[in-house]
Design a protein around this ligand. Structure first.
Ligand code: ZN
Length: 310
């Protein structure tokens, strides 16, 4: 700064100045934007040249995803006045940076710096905006990844199923393999078939196709028995029953026993009303030939003795 607090004379074209970023000696009046901030009283121009400033703003655009936040961040860095009303008309201009600085010459912007922007309550979404788009990107990538069917699965189960079908078969396969760790080659085939049947059974259950569901349930039973397979642990069976049915387990219960079975009943209490009504009741009807329609069946069963929440 010049001595005595005097403002320097406006620079004239031809006065050279070295850009603090690229170190090029350039024409101060032509190659640098003019500024109001007292930080630059020595030259009354930006310390970085126009070309460098463009690169800095480009970097912010890449970071924040849009010109507005990028400009705010640049103004913040160089103590330049930022105001939406000044920026909006030039936002879509290819030369928006130069246009913006031109507009800063308007009378309503005279003498203003980023301090004025702060006083006016400027809001910088910057990083939050970026995090949001980053999260969205990551979510999309995760979904894509989840929907990708591995070559391994296609080799194992064949092509043409949906991602959730493969997931379901793999899940059931793990369950049966855990229960039958010493399955021979023959049993392995039965396990694979059980998984395919289970997948179709669950699909039928989801789609409310009770005919297919029943057929698949019968097929599963037959296949399971023929393979002489062992059932998984109780908790796994309970879990499986939530989504479909594990036949061996069900066969151990007559309807009366089923609904009197306190342990089992408690399990289903936890599943929630939806599964009681939409899954458990239809399964029971299919398996036992009953015609229950009313979800209140469970709480009004005379034999039940009020062993429920109501
Ligand atoms: Zn430069």
């Amino acid at each position: 700064m010049k001595e005595g607090g005097e403002l320097p004379k406006p620079v004239e074209s031809g006065e050279m100045y070295t850009c603090c970023r690229c170190q090029e000696s350039l024409d101060l009046a032509k190659d640098y934007y003019r500024l109001n901030s007292s930080l630059y009283n020595g030259t009354r121009h930006m310390p970085v040249c126009k070309s460098c400033l463009g690169k800095i703003v480009d970097g912010y655009i890449r970071k924040y995803g849009n010109r507005r936040e990028a400009m705010k961040r640049m103004c913040m860095a160089f103590d330049v006045y930022y105001n939406d009303d000044v920026f909006t008309p030039v936002e879509d201009d290819d030369a928006f940076i130069g246009q913006y600085f031109k507009r800063l010459g308007m009378s309503q912007c005279k003498g203003k710096t980023f301090d004025n922007s702060l006083d006016e309550g400027i809001k910088f979404a910057g990083m939050t905006f970026d995090l949001k788009s980053k999260k969205m990107r990551e979510k999309l990538e995760a979904e894509e990844e989840a929907n990708k069917i591995s070559a391994e699965d296609i080799k194992k189960w064949g092509a043409g199923f949906d991602p959730e079908d493969y997931a379901e078969m793999n899940r059931h396969y793990a369950l049966l393999k855990a229960a039958n760790p010493r399955a021979d080659g023959n049993q392995e085939n039965y396990i694979m078939d059980c998984c395919r049947i289970k997948m179709h059974q669950l699909k039928a259950s989801r789609e409310g196709d009770m005919d297919v569901f029943q057929k698949m349930t019968e097929l599963y039973t037959k296949n399971y028995k023929n393979g002489n397979l062992k059932s998984a642990g109780d908790s796994a069976i309970a879990e499986d029953f939530v989504y479909g049915v594990t036949v061996e387990q069900i066969e151990q219960f007559t309807p009366a026993e089923y609904y009197k079975g306190k342990e089992l009943y408690r399990d289903f209490d936890n599943i929630g009303d939806y599964f009681q009504r939409m899954v458990v009741r239809p399964i029971k009807n299919i398996l036992f030939g009953t015609k229950d329609k009313d979800p209140e069946f469970y709480v009004k069963d005379e034999d039940d003795g009020g062993d429920d929440d109501e």
